[in-house]
Design a protein around this ligand. Structure first.
Ligand SMILES: [Mg+2]
Length: 231
C-alpha cells in the first residue's frame, strides 16, 4: 500500500515572499537615494513588479534565462523612468543580497509541515530560483519534514507544466507502489491549482485574501486549516 504525497508550493504558501520582496526593494530604494532622487517608492515598485512578472513569464516560455531576468527586471523600470540603466546589474546583485534578510515563514508553516510529515511523504514544488529556494529550505531547516525539493530550474519545466508534477510524483513514490493520494497546496491558481489538477493531483488553493477562485476548488485561508485535509 502506497503512501500519500503531501506537497507544497514555497513562495507565498510557506514563506512570505511578497513581504520579503517589498521590504528588500524598500531598503534598496532608500539606500540609492541619489539614483532615485525626486521619485517615490510608489513610482518605482509597481514598475519593477511589472517587469519582474514579464521577465518570469518570458523565462517560463524559455525565452530568457534566470540571470537575464534578474537584471532585466531592474533595467526596464530604470529605462522607463529615465534613470541610469548601467546600474541594473549592481542593483540586481544588491537585491539578491538584501532579499534573504527579510524572509519569514507564514503563520502555521512549521506546524502544518510537521502534521503532514506524520501523514505522508512531504515535498516542495517551486518555480523560484534554485539557489534562493535551497537557501530558504536550509535557513528554516525545512528538511526536518520536507523529503523532496522539486525545482523548476532542475526539472527544466515550470508549474503549471505537467512534467514538474510528474517529477514530484516519481521522487515521492521513490520506486515504491503508486501513492494512495497526491495533494498539492499552493497560492497560484494558474500554477498550483490548474497545474496540479491537470497532472492528476488533488489541488488545494491557499487563499489568504479569501478571493473568489476563478473556478470551484478546495481552498483554505490559513495553513492550519489544512490539517483535516492531510489525514
Ligand atoms: Mg507561490
Amino acid at each position: 500500500m502506497g503512501q500519500q504525497l503531501l506537497f507544497f508550493d514555497l513562495d507565498d504558501t510557506l514563506l512570505d515572499h511578497r513581504g520579503a520582496e517589498e521590504a528588500a526593494q524598500r531598503v534598496l530604494f532608500a539606500r540609492e537615494s541619489a539614483l532615485f532622487a525626486g521619485l517615490s517608492f510608489d513610482d518605482w515598485y509597481p514598475k519593477y513588479k511589472l517587469a519582474n512578472h514579464a521577465g518570469w513569464t518570458a523565462y517560463g516560455r524559455g525565452e530568457l534565462d534566470a540571470p537575464t531576468v534578474s537584471v532585466k527586471r531592474f533595467a526596464e523600470p530604470l529605462a522607463e523612468l529615465g534613470l541610469d540603466v548601467s546600474l541594473a546589474h549592481a542593483l540586481s546583485v544588491a537585491y539578491l543580497e538584501e532579499y534573504p534578510h527579510h524572509w519569514k515563514l507564514l503563520p502555521g508553516a512549521e506546524e502544518i509541515l510537521d502534521a503532514a510529515s506524520r501523514n505522508g511523504v512531504v515535498g516542495i514544488i517551486s518555480n523560484g530560483f534554485s539557489a534562493a529556494q535551497k537557501a530558504k529550505v536550509k535557513r528554516f531547516r525545512l528538511d526536518r519534514w520536507v523529503r523532496h525539493l522539486i525545482l523548476s530550474e532542475d526539472v527544466g519545466v515550470l508549474k503549471p507544466g505537467r512534467a514538474i508534477f510528474e517529477a514530484a510524483r516519481i521522487a515521492g513514490e521513490a520506486g515504491g507502489p503508486p501513492a494512495t493520494r497526491k495533494l498539492h497546496v499552493g497560492d497560484s491558481f494558474e500554477h498550483d491549482v490548474l497545474g496540479a489538477k491537470a497532472a492528476g493531483w488533488l489541488p488545494v488553493f491557499f487563499n489568504p485574501r479569501k478571493e473568489k477562485p476563478p473556478a470551484p476548488v478546495l481552498w483554505v485561508s490559513c495553513l492550519r486549516d489544512l490539517r483535516p485535509l492531510l489525514e
